[in-house]
Design a protein around this ligand. Structure first.
Ligand code: FAD
Length: 481
């Protein structure tokens, strides 16, 4: 059941001053420097979208600012708080829930906070500013014999601040946990423009409430993250992947459950259904039987010996009922395979020019029902549908293929996502496993959390952001909207 339409309009804030974009830009150029403030041009236009451009979402803003450091972020917030202008925070703009799509006011980009402050290989630590890309964090960790496990798919563009704000996952979350697990401390600017630190370098600390974990995943609604202290892990010596194909969803999902039931510590356990495979199998770096109906990908890491043993376990668990299994062990093969896997989202979108995709999550044992349910919902709305994702976490990227030029099709796809959320909740799951709530899923928050918890969240937001100026209307439905 689709909830009442929800919208938070920036006009609900009585902007005391300034009256227009020009005046606002002038004021902010006095706080920053003229070259850090934009009201038009390519950069400004790009800041009105995020990864939801695939489904035609565009925002509006008065000004884009690019502060150079945490002190400048605080100065912008102080000004915005005084003038009562909303701030929409932006990392790499790869988010898939519309969280970085502004709805007026100031877009604050962390792009210039791109310095790695320290790396301490002996203590497995790194401190990076919020605008450092995820790929840079991975590269620097690896150069020091370490690994930053979270690996959301658009790492060349996404930022560590965005990963923290969305508590990003990715394939390796199965073994190593989502981003919060790898974060020990944060530097954050909170209203009305104060720099605070939550957590730190120690791995045990119960002196206060766990505000670090509260901030992680808060999607820019409580504060602006300016730097992140990370806990890294030693890079594994070896990796290997088993890829199994099946004729249908049910046998593939049985394979997934068999891996878990056997107690095998998979690093990643992924799936693609027939539609996702149809879109992407052409560029798969090896052959599989024609017209595969389902694919399961299981990855092992560790010492060479551990990897050999785990891969043998995968073969045993995934083999029965499969149409093919293949094991990849060389670095060249596994790298080529994972870069193919990263391209699946783009390949699906390329089918019809656009996709409306949601990352619902269900208990793993309900995965087959959710995969089938996605197809059934698509069919009901006259839309091609498919799904893929993180099978071991029960986290699906359920997608409807659309032509972005067809408003009727887009409207049907948005209606269909409502049915997806209802299905996820009915299966005992939730409306987002890793992409977040953003603007798109706000109407379902009450249903997902229950009214008491939803209202507790509003009170928490008010404690951090009493004027409700940080990403207003995103993630947390606000009273009076
Ligand atoms: C092809 C593709 C594959 C993807 N695969 C995955 C995946 O496997 N797993 C996964 O979890 N995600 C995935 N994503 C989604 C996306 O990459 C993640 O959500 C990522 O963490 C967003 O980071 P970003 O820097 O792009 O943030 P943005 O999109 O810029 O922002 C996301 C949200 O965080 C807030 N925010 C950003 N920076 C800050 C900050 N410094 N302080 C406070 N708030 C901030 C924004 O206001 C917004 O609400 C994928 C996206 C694409 C395009």
């Amino acid at each position: 059941m689709r909830p009442e339409p929800y919208s938070w309009s920036v006009d609900q804030h009585e902007m005391r001053r300034p009256a227009d974009a020009g005046e606002l830009a002038d004021r902010l150029a006095a706080v920053l420097a003229p070259g850090q403030v934009f009201t038009e041009g390519e950069k400004f236009e790009a800041a009105l979208h995020d990864g939801t451009a695939f489904q035609g979402l565009t925002g509006r803003a008065l000004v884009l600012v690019e502060p150079d450091d945490a002190a400048e972020v605080a100065a912008v917030m102080r000004y915005a708080y005084e003038a009562e202008v909303p701030i929409f925070t932006r990392g790499g703009g790869t988010g898939l829930a519309g969280g970085a799509v502004p709805e007026g006011g100031i877009v604050l980009s962390l792009a210039r906070l791109n310095r790695v402050r320290s790396i301490d290989p002996g203590q497995w630590r790194m401190e990076a500013e919020a605008g450092v890309t995820t790929a840079t964090v991975h590269r620097i960790a690896l150069e020091n014999g370490l690994m930053f496990p979270p690996d959301p798919g658009a790492g060349e563009q996404s930022t560590i601040g965005g990963n923290v704000a969305t508590n990003a996952g990715g394939p390796h979350a199965l073994r190593y946990g989502v981003t919060n697990h790898s974060v020990t401390g944060l530097e954050v600017v909170i209203p009305p423009g104060r720099l605070v630190h939550v957590g730190g370098t120690v791995t045990k600390n119960v002196a206060g409430l766990d505000l670090k974990s509260l901030m992680v995943g808060s999607e820019g609604t409580l504060g602006i993250v300016t730097a992140v202290q990370l806990r890294l892990v030693p890079a594994p010596e070896a990796r290997g992947v088993t890829v199994a194909t099946y004729s249908d969803n049910a046998s593939g999902c049985t394979g997934v459950e068999a891996v878990l039931a056997a107690g095998i510590r998979a690093t990643a356990l992924e799936f693609l259904d027939r539609g996702a495979l149809t879109a992407s199998v052409g560029s798969l770096p090896f052959d599989v039987p024609a017209d595969p109906g389902f694919m399961v990908i299981a990855e092992a890491d560790g010492s060479a010996e551990e990897v050999r043993e785990t891969l043998a376990g995968f073969e045993e668990a995934l083999g029965p009922g499969s149409a093919s299994t293949r094991t990849l062990v060389s670095r060249h093969e596994t790298d080529a395979f994972w870069s193919w896997r990263e391209g699946v989202s783009w390949a699906v979108a390329a089918q019809r020019g656009g996709k409306v995709s949601e990352d619902i999550v269900v208990p793993v044992e309900r995965l087959a029902e959710a995969v089938e349910g996605t197809l059934e919902i698509g069919h009901r709305h006259g839309l091609e549908a498919c799904s893929w994702g993180h099978a071991g976490d029960g986290n699906l990227h359920s997608s409807f293929l659309v032509d972005l030029e067809d408003p009727d099709e887009l409207a049907r796809a948005r209606e269909a996502t409502g049915n997806l959320f209802d299905m996820a909740l009915a299966l005992g799951g939730s409306i987002s496993g890793e992409h977040g709530v953003g603007t798109i899923k706000t109407p379902w928050v009450d249903a997902a959390l229950g009214p008491e918890v939803a209202s507790l969240q509003v009170r928490i937001k008010q404690a951090f952001d009493p004027k409700l100026l940080l990403n207003p209307g995103h993630k947390i439905p606000l009273p009076g909207a």
